[in-house]
Design a binder for this molecule. Structure first.
Ligand code: ZN
Length: 136
C-alpha cells in the first residue's frame, strides 16, 4: 500500500464563504499514480470545515445564509466573551472537518454535481487543508 500526502494552502477572502478545492484535490489524485484507494480531505482548523455539494452560485449563497440562520454570530454564546467567533466553532463542530472519497481506476469517485469545498466560517484567513491518499 502506498501513502501520498499533500498540504493545500488556501487563502480565504470573506468571513463565511465556500472555496472549491475539487480541481486541486483531483490533481493530487492524478499525480499520485494510485489506481485504487481512499482520499481523505481534512482541514486543520476549528472554524472551517469540508463539505461536498454542487458548485452553483445560488446554492452556495443559500448555504452561507443557512449557516447564518442556524449559527447566528449575535447569539448569546459564552465563547464570545473571549473570542468573537462562537458561531464558527459551533458550525464546524456540527459539520465536521473531514470527508473521505474513494479512488477507483485512477480517479476520485464523486457524483456529477459533487464538488469539494473548504467552508470558511471565520475568515478571511490562511487555511491548511490536508489531502492524504491510501491505496495501490
Ligand atoms: Zn474562538
Amino acid at each position: 500500500m502506498k501513502v501520498v500526502f499533500q498540504q493545500l494552502d488556501v487563502r480565504t477572502s470573506g468571513r463565511k464563504e465556500l472555496v472549491d478545492l475539487t480541481d486541486r484535490i483531483e490533481q493530487v489524485v492524478e499525480e499520485s499514480g494510485l489506481k485504487e484507494g481512499m482520499c481523505l480531505i481534512t482541514t486543520l482548523h476549528t472554524t472551517s470545515c469540508i463539505i461536498i455539494n454542487e458548485h452553483e452560485e445560488g446554492l452556495m449563497q443559500d448555504i452561507v445564509a443557512k449557516l447564518r440562520t442556524d449559527f447566528p454570530n449575535d447569539g448569546k454564546w459564552l465563547h464570545n466573551r473571549i473570542d468573537d467567533n462562537a458561531d464558527a466553532h459551533l458550525a464546524s463542530s456540527f459539520l465536521g472537518p473531514s470527508k473521505v472519497l474513494p479512488i477507483r481506476d485512477g480517479v476520485l469517485v464523486r457524483g456529477t454535481w459533487q464538488n469539494i469545498f473548504l467552508m470558511e466560517l471565520d475568515g478571511p484567513r490562511k487555511r491548511t487543508v490536508l489531502v492524504e491518499l491510501l491505496g495501490n
